[in-house]
Design a protein around this ligand. Structure first.
Ligand code: VGL
Ligand code: ZN
Length: 202
């Protein structure tokens, strides 16, 4: 059992990020059994769920003439445009069927404001709007977080960097994460996390 001050954050293990999904991460479903096995080591388990409205600004389909995986400027900075994914209340937005969600103490849904994306479980991509997770973890006395899930180079990375900025001790279990890897984004993410004193465990 890990210390009671440490929480597990399971990031976006949803059908659309698994093989067959709209934004499939290679090997995304390979980590499900491993994550299930980790759940009992932690007294506090938080799951996150990407949860977009159909008119979400991160969808290429909502920008005339822009292809998926192109990058545009949004008021809060650069935004990759994605295929439509994790639309609220669809099968793609549901957790992977084998993920043991009965053990979730708290679920953070993010990305539901149409005009701003939210990779991190703590702040939307404007780096200002809070999801409430920091308050929740503080109220529970959590000082360290361990991250697993999808995708290493987007939602896991952003969550790790915000957690570090907020003062948590952060560990990413790389064997229980999988990445998208757009133009070298996986290696960039690893370097950014190491620079922020995030511990990467193979
Ligand atoms: C994610 C791209 C778009 C993620 C979410 O979970 O890493 N990536 N939305
Ligand atoms: Zn998304």
């Amino acid at each position: 059992m890990r210390p009671a001050t440490e929480a597990l954050i399971v990031v976006d293990v949803q059908n659309d990020f698994c093989p067959g999904g709209a934004l499939a991460v290679p090997g995304g479903d390979d980590i499900v059994a491993e994550i299930n096995a980790l759940l009992d080591q932690f007294e506090l388990r938080v799951f996150t769920q990407d949860w977009h409205p159909a008119d979400h600004a991160s969808f290429a389909s909502n920008h005339d003439g822009n292809d998926p995986y192109s990058v545009i400027d949004m008021p809060y900075g650069a935004q990759v445009l994605w295929p439509d994914h994790c639309v609220q209340d669809t099968h793609g937005a549901a957790f992977h069927p084998d993920l043991d969600t009965s053990k979730a103490d708290h679920i953070v849904r993010k990305g539901f404001h149409p005009e701003v994306d939210s990779y991190s479980a703590f702040f939307e991509n404007d780096h200002e709007t809070e999801t409430g997770l920091d308050d929740y973890l503080n109220a529970k006395g959590i000082t360290a977080v361990t991250l697993v899930g999808l995708a290493t180079d987007f939602c896991v990375q952003y969550t790790a960097l915000d957690a570090a900025k907020l003062g948590y001790k952060v560990t990413v279990l790389e064997h229980a994460c999988r990445g998208i890897n757009l133009d070298g984004s996986l290696e960039e993410a690893r370097e950014a996390m190491l620079d922020a004193n995030v511990v990467l465990e193979k």
